[in-house]
Ligand binder design. Structure first.
Ligand code: G6P
Length: 609
């Protein structure tokens, strides 16, 4: 949700800013802008609505030059999408880019207006920059002190970077509830919301912690913690390859990420399978294993696709490990008074590790007496990873497409390993763990097999892309898969899609059935297949159009299309059956010509509540 890039160097940084901010477009792409300090020590600012490519066009013949600068790509929160509301915002000699929300901006705005400040935008960001200016003018002290004083007045979660024409060799960065990293160069330093923006320039990063203020100069950085003491933060050497953030032979990142899933799952399993028989999580200490022995309940909290992965795991925790498990959308968990179960363990699931709703839920959970907490996350160094007691990385690799794909299947892989481990610890025998390891080892091959059937899915997509509504049905562990399939379709094709548990069809949705609402059903050939076949009959007899994804034999009536799914072991069927639904959403969106990697109104990482 909003991308920030900044640089302080000895060279012209215009190309760097444009290229890097374009790489952060997945965080928001309503509008973008940049500001530089030029040779005459003045701000040069260029802003425009639309995607970064518009900004690139607008800067093209301007011969811009600056050794220090800021850039921003916006996902609108305060104020509509307009050039006036686009960052950077300026107050006299100070310029700012900001990510997050200032909750008391309305009151601060009234106060500043009384002090004579004129506002040119509707944003909370302009409030911050005028406040900084007012504080500095009032005390006559440094911008750093003005920053300290201003932060006391700001309520909300945010990260920001400011630059100042009175001291044009220094950036000030603040991190409070929204991520910022410093990229260390040689004689030049950088700041960004995400390492993806800086990977072509450096591999050495400092992840700022909650409440940190950093002064970043070309040759050095200095970090103050929330108590205003100077601190040394660890420099992390990133192992992410710049090549990973290129599309290669694929048209879209989403397509690339769907096809990468066998590799991502192999990476998730790597170094965690002991002699290919049992599971080892070296990241978890002995203490956690003790907690696993004693836990009697699991509470999982997540958003979006991660929430659907959590729902699948509820079925695993309860049916394989016999541990009661509750799953809740993070924003709901944080909105109500909670009664915590006895000996309950708290788990968050997140691709980005920065989702504000999930972070808030974690913070709340810490006061509620859970046995402990764990995050299952794709981003090393992210806020959730930093703030959780324990972390299991999903190792999906960088995911750029806004619609999550490989992070979902790797989350499920980690969750299934976790279930297996907990069963062994609790039951003090590892036969189930050994069985799961065997099946997980086969999973990437199974996925390779189904990916090869893409032409069949393309053919189905051609029949469906002009439809306006669709219904997805699934039973038990396939119900979350129906939800995830419907979400993928909505996100990237803008087709309205609803998911129901197959058994609920007769309790309402059946009224919708006619030839204009295709029904997608995932139905592995297991003990539930006969019930699902009855549902299929109910739809057929009302003239519904059905697309079944199954390995079972079906009575093919004229309205039924069967996509024959290769056989897969029952336990991993949810991981497997989502693949054709991801492909279906992708090929439908491709036929519609939507912006697949950056669907309208969405952002990959939602860092506001
Ligand atoms: C946003 C994204 C979704 C994602 C959700 C949770 O809404 O558009 O694709 O599933 O956030 O994100 P997380 O990073 O916490 O998994």
């Amino acid at each position: 949700m909003c991308g920030i890039v900044a640089a302080v160097t000895q060279r012209n940084i215009i190309d760097f800013l444009l290229e890097s901010i374009q790489r952060l477009e997945y965080r928001g792409y309503d509008s973008s802008g940049l500001a530089l300090i030029n040779k005459n020590n003045n701000f040069i600012r260029v802003r425009c609505i639309g995607k970064v490519s518009q900004l690139i066009k607008k800067t093209k013949n301007k011969k811009l030059f600056g050794k220090i600068g800021l850039a921003h790509t916006r996902w609108a929160t305060h104020g509509k999408v307009s050039e006036e509301n686009t960052h950077p915002h300026i107050s006299s000699h100070i310029a700012i880019v900001h990510n997050g929300i200032i909750e008391n901006s309305f009151q601060l705005r009234l106060f500043l207006e009384k002090q004579g400040y004129i506002f040119y935008s509707d944003t909370d960001t302009e409030v911050i920059v005028h406040l900084l200016h007012w504080e500095q003018k009032k005390t006559g002290k440094s911008l750093l002190e003005a920053m300290h004083n201003s932060l006391i007045r700001l309520h909300g979660n945010y990260s920001m970077v400011v630059m100042d024409t009175h001291n044009s060799s220094r950036l000030i960065a603040v991190c409070s509830g929204s991520p910022l990293i410093i990229g260390l160069g040689i004689g030049e330093n950088f700041i960004a919301s995400d390492q993806i923006a800086l990977l072509n320039i450096t591999k050495r990063f400092i992840y700022l912690k909650e409440g940190d203020i950093a002064i970043v100069q070309p040759e050095q950085t200095q970090i103050f913690n929330k108590h205003n003491s100077i601190v040394q933060r660890k420099i992390i050497q990133s192992d992410v390859q710049y090549e990973c953030v290129k599309k290669g032979k694929y048209k879209h990142y989403m397509e690339k990420e769907i096809y990468e899933q066998p590799t991502s799952i192999r990476n998730t399993l790597k170094h965690r399978l002991k002699n290919n028989k049992t599971i080892d999580f070296p990241e978890l200490g002995v203490q956690e294993k003790n907690i696993f022995l004693h836990l009697e309940h699991i509470q999982i909290v997540a958003c979006g696709t991660s929430y659907h992965a959590a729902m699948v795991s509820k079925h695993w925790f309860e049916s394989i490990a016999n541990i009661p498990c509750d799953v809740e959308v993070a924003s709901e968990f944080s909105s109500r008074k909670l009664a915590v179960r006895k000996k309950s363990f708290f788990i968050t699931l997140s691709q980005s590790g920065e989702t504000a709703d999930t972070l808030t839920a974690l913070r709340i959970s810490k006061k509620l007496g859970y046995l402990g907490n764990l995050t299952i996350c794709n981003m090393k160094g992210s806020s959730l990873v930093q703030e959780s007691d324990n972390c299991l990385l999903t190792k999906a690799g960088i995911e750029i497409g806004v619609a999550s794909t490989k992070s979902f299947t790797t989350q499920l892989t980690v969750l299934l390993m976790l279930v297996a481990k907990i069963v062994s610890i609790k039951q003090k025998k590892n036969d189930i763990e050994k069985k799961i390891v065997k099946i997980l080892n086969i999973l990437p091959y199974r996925i390779e097999e189904i990916l090869k059937k893409n032409q069949e899915i393309k053919n189905i997509a051609k029949k469906l892309y002009h439809t306006k509504n669709m219904i997805f049905l699934g039973r038990r562990d396939q119900y979350p898969i129906a939800m995830e399939g419907a979400l993928k379709l909505k996100e990237i094709s803008y087709i309205h899609a609803e998911a129901y548990p197959s058994g609920e069809l007769k309790h309402g949705p059946l009224a919708l059935i006619d030839k204009n609402i295709p029904i997608i059903i995932t139905a592995p050939n297991n003990s539930l297949i006969e019930k699902t076949k009855k549902n299929i009959q109910e739809i057929c007899s009302r003239g519904g159009l059905i697309y079944i994804f199954s390995d079972a034999e079906m009575n093919l009536e004229k309205n039924i299309t069967l996509f024959k799914v290769p056989y897969v072991e029952e336990i991993i069927a949810p991981i497997f059956y989502i693949i054709p639904l991801q492909l279906l959403a992708y090929y439908i969106a491709l036929s519609k010509g939507t912006n697949i990697d950056q669907p309208r109104n969405l952002a990959k990482s939602v860092t506001v509540e």
